[in-house]
Design a protein around this ligand. Sequence first.
Ligand SMILES: [Zn+2]
Length: 277
Amino acid sequence: MSALPPVASSLQLETFSPLPAPQIDLTGGAAKFRAMLEAIEKLLILQDRDRHIMHVRAQLGQVEPERAMLHSKAASTQAGFEAAKLRGKQIESEKKRLELDVEAKKTQIEKYANQQLQTRKNEEYKALAHEIETCKGDIARIEDQEIELMEQAEVAAKQVVAAQQAANEAKKIVESQIAEIAAREQNLKKELAQYEADRDKLAAAVDEGTRSRYERLFKNKGGMVIVGVQHGVCGGCHMKLQMQLIVSAQAQQEIVTCSNCGRILYYTRDMDLAVKD
Ligand SMILES: [Zn+2]
């Protein structure tokens, strides 16, 4: 997260020498200059506070998606465990079905063998012998399938153990992270409440017209609206300022705004007025 810019601490009345424009009455101009300077200073502090508030709100905005992401992470590892268990059960029931098939074939063979004992017809005897061979072939095929299933069951059992472990671990981690998030959320909310209360006091100290102008700008520009004049450019949009605007910003007799972006301009003595090429 980026550090917020410090409130221009150089904005102290003592550091300024009055720079009245020739046509302005000296006493009135100096008084206006001081008043304007104070207003700008208050706006800078307010802006600093508003940026903090914006920052905290953005962090708070992250809380819910983060929590949802953790819940879904836990849910998906749990689902993986359930799926592995289900697969194991399916293999087990498939194995049982095959065992029953083998039993049925064996019963069938016994039945054919009994029929062979009872018949005197050579043709019938041969036909029954053929049936018995077919059943034995079926049993051999089913037993091959059973072996394959046993191998699959072994793999599935290992997967169940691994999936259960993964689900348990994820649950533990997610629970602790969710607790962390809850604590962070609480702190942020507390911080926000303090900032907001503080902000209300700071805002009340700025005259209403200037404040609503500032607030509109802050909302539209997203956080950086009281900007300095450096190297003859606007500190917000970095466009070159007309000389008249720079002179007005220096004179500080009224709120001066950038003709390009509309941000409120201010000037302090340590700002370099030389235009950079
Ligand atoms: Zn600008």
